[in-house]
Design a protein around this ligand. Sequence first.
Ligand code: HEC
Ligand code: HEC
Length: 368
Amino acid sequence: MKANFGKATAIAFALALAIGVSAQVAAAQDGGRKIEEQFKNIQALNGAPADMLNPTMVYFEAALGVGCPFCHDPDGNKREVDTERKRTARRMIAMVNTINQNTFGGAKVVTCMTCHQGRNKPIGVPFVVTDQAPPALGEAYLDSLPGPAPIPNVTVDQIFNKYMTALGGADALQKVSSLTARGEMIQRRPARDFPAVALEISAKAPGKQLIVSGAGQNADRLAYSGNSGWTGNRDLRRAELDGKRLEDAFNIATQLKEILVDPKVDHPEVVNGRELYVVSARTQALPMVKLYFEKDSGLLTRLVYHTDSIFGPYPTQIEYRDYRDINGRKVPHTWVIAGTRNREYTYVMRNVQAAAVDDGVFAKPARQ
Ligand code: HEC
Ligand code: HEC
């Protein structure tokens, strides 16, 4: 028992260290600005890098299973206004910091998710065994799980090369080095239907992409070009930029080696009956990335990345489906981006073409 506790704590410390390091990276890139220097009414999160505010709010949403207005004024321009729930959340932040400080030596072991588990009110009373109750996931359950499959005798380069070959080879990627696509984006949340919106994507090797979703004046625009990106009037945060580059199904193959830090072959997995090779890595700004390649076809079918917040990371998962041939190059025509709090976006491309794309479309528009 004691040994187990030691191990868990050691892992937690390593995690806290990793989070600390990437928080410093974010701070350095943000000119070292702190949250309280960029925002108006900060009383609990003082001292953390300004870039950490947004991911931490997304983390709160995910942990409590709520939206921003649960804690904030319904007017999105008044986030500094205090509400009863914002005050409660500040007490919770203080409580979590105290628990971690006093009981876990300062490591980020207890988070909002530990108690809340996606509910605004945590459940304190255990369930009786009925069909409706969630299954018990204790020692009997853990013992019943098969151990991880052994790490295969294959190198990261072999996996990446097979992926390149499956896409048509470096020649095909060079020949069809820019693409335009039209289709639609469908957002799904439980108990809420959203109409599909028009989607237009322009992409160019090695790493440039513009996504326009919606139509006319209200269309949302997001673009990146190598190491910088923007949406609307603002620049993307470092972690956001790395995430968008990983989500870019058109350019990911030619960017992998540049984006990934420390890629390693991990335990393989079976998903939907297919054997997958798994490569795990991180990026400059994201603490964890996992890529899933089909063992047989060599194609990339899934990618999961973690974004850091003050209280711990949260995941985003992308599935690349429906690979079709465009002038000798294989291009996924559907990709599904699943975030936390049941947010899921499906991009369905209907008209993908090899076409010249002017570099100007990726540039941030001048401020009006
Ligand atoms: C669980 C409650 C909770 C949720 C949900 C939440 N917030 Fe917050 N938010 C807070 C608290 C508490 C603060 C103040 C932190 C402090 O005092 O250090 C805050 C502060 C902010 C601020 C800084 C405002 C200022 O200028 O002082 C912004 C911006 C913000 N939140 C945006 C968001 C967005 C966007 C979402 C949804 C993605 C969100 N929040 C969801 C609790 C929440
Ligand atoms: C040790 C367990 C625990 C942790 C950790 C925890 N909470 Fe809570 N939280 C609770 C409990 C229990 C309640 C419900 C209290 C009640 O029913 O009045 C609650 C209630 C809340 C509420 C009010 C919900 C409502 O319906 O009005 C907010 C907001 C909240 N927590 C935010 C957070 C945030 C943000 C974090 C992480 C910084 C966090 N909590 C971490 C136990 C916890």
